[in-house]
Write a protein that binds this ligand. Sequence first.
Ligand SMILES: C=C(O[C@@H]1C=C(C(=O)O)C=C[C@H]1N)C(=O)O
Ligand SMILES: Cc1ncc(COP(=O)(O)O)c(C=O)c1O
Length: 285
Amino acid sequence: MYIYINNRIVEEKEATISPFDHGYMYGLGLFETFRVYDGHPFLLDDHLERLKRGLSTLSIQWDMTREDILTTLKQLMTKNKIRDAYVRLNVSAGPGELGLYTGVYNHPTTIMYIKPLPEPSGFPVKEAQILALRRNTPEGEERLKSHHYLNNVLAKREVGDTPYKEGIFLTNDGYVAEGVVSNVFFVNNKKVYTPALDTGILNGITRQFVLSLLKHLDTSVVEGFYTQSELLESDEVFVTNSIQEIVSITSIGEKQFQVGEGTLTRHLQQLYRQKTSSLWSRFAL
Ligand SMILES: C=C(O[C@@H]1C=C(C(=O)O)C=C[C@H]1N)C(=O)O
Ligand SMILES: Cc1ncc(COP(=O)(O)O)c(C=O)c1O
């Protein structure tokens, strides 16, 4: 596969970064993962807004524009002959001295990873399990989509290498947080619940889009602190992320949940799929 790194598109094996990149040395890097549907990068504006806001909090100067990203993306898809893709846009601090740095990073490293995805078909379902490993707290004021994924990797190892199961973190206080790589929603008596951002979770772009969809449907949503029991007593559970979309959860342990036709989850899945070929932002709903 070809990859983009700092204004060059090269074969994967030719892509290199400095061993003094503070993204490598100290985790000073952020990334956005988004999906391209037949050439259209879904909700790209929302992803770029979150990335730029995070980079400014880390004093990483990054000046690529939406047009730069679109041009690069088109070049990458042409070189790799793909139209449906998993894309990871990654910006790290760039090379620095040994030791912690408190100044501005003016020479960041920008990488765009890409891999093919099959055209979307059907609607995804998974099992889930409540993780024994607790969700860590954000490194700073809010959870950034940073290189700090050790908590997630250890959680994935607890679940195992299956693509058919998502792990669900609890906070240290025992409240439902988020999935290993997803946000969590549950439906009870037609009302929708999702963990509040104050639980320390990532404010997922898909989470934000689903909240916009639910507002569009005049469906009540409550963001809050929820126990494992409240989750398990619900009618429907689904998890969300920009690659897997909206995933119905069939069961957590012994508890089975409603899935498929007639559920609110399925309605949201259908609405989501209708939008993937055109929307740049949730605000365009
Ligand atoms: C960890 C990454 O991105 C996350 C993982 C997924 C996934 O595995 O489905 C999707 C989006 C992100 N939440 C990554 O390395 O891209
Ligand atoms: C821990 C975690 N929560 C939530 C999400 C979902 O985020 P998004 O909807 O922006 O893909 C992800 C995806 O990277 C994640 O890793």
